[in-house]
Design a protein around this ligand. Structure first.
Ligand code: BT5
Length: 331
């Protein structure tokens, strides 16, 4: 499938969005250096994509409504970024944006390239778990080629992404979001989104990172432990706007981490996590550990105070509050 990129249709949209009233066809055609017939074809294409454009003889064109789609020109409209999301590959459906992004990364796609899809046939979480990816959600992967990140810093990219998601979401709609170690974005006590960080590395050198994020925005049917913005508020949101806000927050934090270090991200992450002082159970691959969550260390790993008062550092696993049952196992 061919990716969708910014094209004259995007520029026509931009012109229409900037005007409250009608814009004459002559004016648009002149601005874009295309014929009136060419303009008409692009408008027809936009209409097929779900845009409602009013066309009135002698007056011109006016944008009436925009579909809730993650089209590149919707994401990039007023995107205030230097490199994150400057290059976008859009799909109606992919197997997984992680797979597509990985192939593009191997094919030398630029730092900050975004792969976004309306749905995924086989969206995945950590350890090959399934990520429900029905239409209405936001599914995307970023290709990152950081020069400043060493292998041991990689978990902190997940934390940085999580903080960006909360700030980006808050900018769109201010709700009770929080974070759960290591990669969950919660709304109330249910999972609103998740982050998957995969990388290509050799020895201490990180070649590229494929950072995948899934957010239940306008999704309807989800399991009991999950929630979408729509389910929580009974309102629909512009997914393109949410994604744009997240991308802007991500670039700001990423550049700051490059200039300073990750320590500010760790502080922000800690302040957005509601686990501290809670008794939790952690499933660590082949065993279970119980204790009180007390914080994260300088590298972003979870610190657990066990009953014998020893502090154990948890490098990976799934955390559950002791009064909450873990969700049923999925393949
Ligand atoms: C994650 O894994 O939370 C990472 C999810 C990353 C998804 C994005 S979407 C774009 C990109 N392309 C992909 O293929 N993946 C990334 P983990 O911590 O392992 O959580 C997985 C668990 O979350 C599942 O086992 C379910 O219990 C639960 N789950 C599945 N789908 C969900 C959904 N849509 N919302 C909330 N929880 C879900």
């Amino acid at each position: 499938m061919e990716p969708m990129k910014i094209n004259p249709a995007g520029l026509i949209l931009e012109t229409l969005k900037q005007s409250a009233g009608y814009v004459s066809g002559e004016e648009i055609a002149f601005k874009l250096k295309i014929t009136r017939q060419g303009l008409w074809k692009h408008i027809a294409k936009l209409t097929r994509q779900g845009y409602k454009v009013s066309a009135v003889p002698h007056l011109g064109y006016k944008l009436v409504s925009v579909p809730d789609k993650l089209y590149p020109y919707e994401i990039q409209y007023r995107l205030n970024n230097k490199f994150i999301g400057k290059n976008i590959y859009y799909y109606e459906e992919t197997v997984s944006t992680q797979n597509t992004a990985w192939e593009l990364a191997l094919d030398n796609s630029a730092d900050g390239t975004l792969v976004v899809s309306e749905s995924q046939a086989k969206g995945r979480g950590r350890l090959g778990r399934k990520w429900i990816s029905a239409k209405g959600g936001i599914y995307f992967s970023l290709i990152l080629r950081p020069k400043f990140i060493r292998l041991q810093d990689i978990p902190q990219i997940t934390l940085l992404a999580a903080v960006s998601c909360i700030y980006g979401l808050k900018k769109t709609v201010d709700l009770e979001y929080s974070l759960k170690w290591p990669n969950d974005i919660l709304l109330g006590d249910k999972k609103l989104g998740g982050i998957l960080c995969e990388m290509d590395a050799e020895q201490d050198k990180v070649n590229f990172i494929v950072l995948g994020i899934g957010i239940n925005a306008n999704t309807r049917d989800l399991p009991a432990a999950a929630i979408s913005l729509f389910q929580y508020t009974a309102k629909k949101f512009s997914r393109a706007q949410i994604l744009r806000n997240i991308l802007e927050q991500f670039e700001t934090l990423y550049i700051r981490a490059e200039q300073e270090s990750f320590s500010f991200v760790l502080k922000q992450w800690e302040s957005l996590c509601r686990l501290w002082g809670e008794r939790v159970r952690v499933n660590v691959l082949d065993r279970e550990v119980e204790g009180v969550a007390v914080g994260i260390d300088k590298k972003g790993y979870l610190l657990l105070r066990k009953d014998n008062r020893e502090i154990e550092t948890i490098y990976s696993g799934d955390v559950f509050k002791c009064n909450v049952n873990p969700p049923k196992k999925q393949s």
